[in-house]
Design a protein around this ligand. Structure first.
Ligand code: GDP
Length: 442
């Protein structure tokens, strides 16, 4: 179900709206640690829309001095978990400085916002509705949560969001399923053997190959099966425009990689073993990782490689040194010409996607987190104590984590690295890119 968060300063009518939406269905209290302790969630029904609703009213009993800080934490946590935020203002009271501040927080979040002017029954709310335009969030939905007026307008405002989210959820579910086709792209410099490899994988001469660098081909996405599992192969070489100058081509292979990451879950960077690793290859690899895609590197033409083991170790070393953000990216050897190593390459590509799609429970994550903090307590830059509270996985594909706590924004890069590498090791993310962002309440 889509998730809708009700946001707003105290007394604008959040709980009244929550109760109206949830009706008799009992609101449950979330038992997550820290900030979310006192929020209510329930299943809402609005005409023929069903969604989950989060009420953030719990902080209102708190000490007034700490209210803005706690409110911000609450609001941000709720908005992060929600697909849409209902931002309530009080039409009778007009816009207050706190409303303006909340609007600022909401503007920087990625969650879409529906502005709602509550207590709009009768005429006493008219001035407030006009004032609300100044928030720059469009025309407010005029509502009276108490009297049940404006429900149809609220429905209309939420409908497109709910429809879009349901569509996205359905698509994400399809992508998340281990049975979904593996979206694979093969990138690399001209003549690395990309087309030969694809032909070999497919077992047929579908693409034109030849010694001439950068032959133009049509763009192709090919669906096929490997040992009963579906693969959708994206041939980026096919998307490359004809270019005569070698230098231009080299630039284009980075552009290819960028285009590939738009489609692919796993990107195979193909290297020519007779040429070794070049700066250009590192650039491509770095681009793929920075875009959050899973990367596998394959040394092709292994059938004609000389000094195999020193070549392999040399490339391995150069990769670990050159790709500072992720060590241990899988490096495999293949021969597109003979087919040797291809089974292993596809097997590793599937495993890499599994890691890239993995979700870790908040419980397991925080049990590890406690130990990690004990083993290596966070520093106190300039004597200021940083108090990380908890970590949660916000997203998969790539695995993305959020760290909450006091002044965590002051954590040095080295400590963030420590946490990222810890997560990577503890939960088997291997060498897929792992993201960590921090949120400190103010
Ligand atoms: P692309 O530009 O990356 O698509 O490269 P191609 O697939 O067109 O291959 C470039 C050249 O390398 C062709 O002459 C291929 O026959 C040759 N080649 C590709 N893979 C191998 C391999 O595994 N071993 C050997 N010996 N040659 C290969």
């Amino acid at each position: 179900l889509p998730t809708v968060a009700i946001i707003g300063r105290p007394n604008v009518g959040k709980s009244t709206l929550f109760n109206r939406l949830v009706g008799k269905r009992l609101a449950l209290v979330d038992d997550q640690p820290g900030v979310t302790r006192d929020r209510r969630e329930g299943e809402a029904h609005l005409l023929d829309l069903d969604f989950r609703v989060i009420d953030t009213a719990g902080y209102e009993d708190e000490d007034a001095a700490t209210l803005p800080g706690r409110m911000r934490t609450q609001t941000e946590a709720a908005v992060r978990d929600a697909d849409v935020a209902l931002f309530l203002i009080d039409a009778r009271a007009g816009i207050t400085p706190l409303d303006e501040e909340i609007a600022r927080w909401l503007r920087v979040s990625e969650t879409p916002v529906v502005l709602v002017a509550n207590k709009a029954e009768g005429r006493a709310g008219e001035a407030g509705v006009i004032e609300a335009l100044a928030l720059g969030m469009g025309d407010p939905v005029q509502l009276s949560a108490e009297h049940g007026e404006g429900v149809a307008d609220l429905f209309e405002a939420l409908l497109p969001h709910c429809e879009r989210i349901e569509q996205e959820n359905a698509e994400a579910e399809e992508d998340d399923s281990p049975d979904a086709p593996l979206k694979l792209a093969i990138v690399g410099r001209p003549n690395a053997g990309k087309s030969t490899l694809i032909n070999r994988m497919l077992g047929q001469d579908r693409l034109i190959t030849g010694p001439e660098a950068g032959i133009t081909r049509d763009s192709i996405a090919i669906d096929w099966e490997w040992q009963g599992r579906r693969v959708r192969l994206i041939d980026t070489a096919g998307m490359r425009k004809r270019a005569r100058v070698q230098e231009k081509l080299e630039k284009l292979s980075v552009a290819d990689a960028l285009r590939a990451v738009d489609f692919a879950e796993v990107v195979v960077l193909l290297l020519d073993a007779t040429k070794g690793l070049e700066v250009q290859d590192l650039k491509i690899a770095d681009t793929v990782l920075r875009e959050g895609r899973a990367l596998v590197i394959a040394l092709n033409k292994w059938d004609v490689a000389e000094n195999a083991s020193s070549l392999f170790n040399g490339v391995k070393g150069a990769l670990d040194e050159g790709l500072a953000q992720v060590k241990g990216v899988p490096l495999l050897t293949v021969s597109a010409a003979t087919g040797k190593g291809i089974d292993m390459l596809i097997k590793v590509a599937f495993e890499t996607r599994d890691a890239w799609s993995r979700r870790v429970s908040t419980g397991a994550l925080n049990r590890w987190f406690e130990r990690a903090m004990e083993a290596n307590p966070p520093p106190a830059p300039g004597g200021k104590r940083i108090k990380p509270r908890y970590v949660t996985q916000a997203k998969t594909r790539p695995p993305s984590f959020i760290l909450f706590g006091t002044r965590v924004d002051l954590l040095p890069e080295s400590y963030r690295r420590y946490l990222i590498n810890g997560i990577r090791r503890e939960f088997g993310f291997g060498a897929v890119p792992v993201r960590l962002t921090v949120r400190a309440p103010r």
